[in-house]
Design a protein around this ligand. Sequence first.
Ligand code: 8YV
Length: 322
Amino acid sequence: MKPKILVTRKLSDTAEEKLKKDFDVTLNPKDEPIPNNELIKMANEYDGFISTGFDKIGEEFFKDLNGKLKIIAQVGVGYDNISIKSAEDKNIKVTNTPNVLNEAVAETTILLILAASRRIGEAYNLVRSGTWKDQKPDLTKFMIGNSVTGKTLGIIGMGRIGRMAAKCAKAFGMKIIYYNRNKLSSDLEDGAKYFSDIESMMPECDFVSIHTPATAETKHILNKATINLLPKHAVVINTSRGSTIDDDALIEALQNNKIYAAGLDVFNNEPNLDARYMKLDNCFVLPHVGSATHETRLAMSMMAVDNIFCFFENKPLISEVV
Ligand code: 8YV
């Protein structure tokens, strides 16, 4: 009998076709979110899940498992929606999709850097609202932003995505500094300057961009105290997870022009982000689209499917979390 696999959300067609060849697959062609209680019930009917960051696979999910579920292959590099400890306790493998999204997320980081510093949200809204013609094109005031070229970018979390963002930023002549748990080898640093504590890096940043996973350690890594250390012209960028930012602190800083701007792709309580962000001209917001390219989503889907193949063929997993 073929192992039964549940694919919780619509994947790229090629990945679904590949999976169907060897497995008894339940797809979600309409991409309807599966309610949490349904997902928990389904867990005992399948040998494997292909999950996304939208599925809640916390402690509750694992509580009454009967041993059938053996692998959860997440389509995403982040897996903060999954209780890794519970999976480990129940001897369930978890895989993710690192590397294949580095470029797409780095592109989004650059997009946010440019959009936030060059006031692209305001400029775009002005044209779309039909009120450009009513503006006085004042040479020193009209949509004047801050240049990016030659500025200093502070990276919090110099992992694979952080390093790719640094590489792209260098095309703008940006100087790279970083805060990380450990100093990297000079090869990986590639000229970036290391700070062993975030407090001493903050005052040096023209831009600061977060690239850490969501953990207890990184929760509110940008908070009132760290944000207060940024220069008044600083721009905050986030493509990691909303939990890394204390919303009250960032919103207060943006409202009172304690920093220049923010460019955010991720939020606490997505998609119900704090409504105050949407009222701020100096905050450029995106709906968590960091990895949203055809090429990247296909690569992510394929990697999750390939992890499923490896597991059931008793081969080493491509990207094992536990
Ligand atoms: C995904 C992401 O779109 O990979 C991640 O961790 O945040 C995004 O690329 C999202 O998690 C859906 O699985």
